[in-house]
Design a protein around this ligand. Structure first.
Ligand SMILES: [Zn+2]
Length: 98
């Protein structure tokens, strides 16, 4: 995956998203991020996100910092509300929330 943690590679738009992520982090520490949290950008998609050493990912969903999920069974990706109603995705979400 084409990712970078080097802020030199972030454009103005990406730095703006990074700032919003950090602002959200100032307000509330999300429970899904553990140790080794850092900012990262996907240079291919332009997505900017927070990630930890266990590859948990947090992105801005509107004004909220939310966990970005990827179903280990079918590979579906998105915020909780975006994952399909498939049994594998719903079982995964239940496990994550437990
Ligand atoms: Zn699935």
């Amino acid at each position: 995956m084409m990712t970078t943690t080097d802020l030199k590679d972030f454009g103005f738009r990406e730095l703006g998203i990074a700032a919003r992520l950090l602002t959200a982090l100032c307000k509330e520490r999300p429970g899904f991020l553990g140790a080794g949290v850092h900012l990262m950008m996907n240079m291919h998609s332009g997505y900017v996100f927070l990630t930890d050493e266990d590859f948990n990912v947090g992105m801005m969903n509107g004004d909220a910092l939310e966990q970005w999920h990827s179903c280990p069974e079918c590979g579906a990706e998105g915020f909780a509300e975006d994952l399909p109603d498939d049994p594998c995705c719903q079982a995964y979400l239940e496990e994550v929330r437990a």
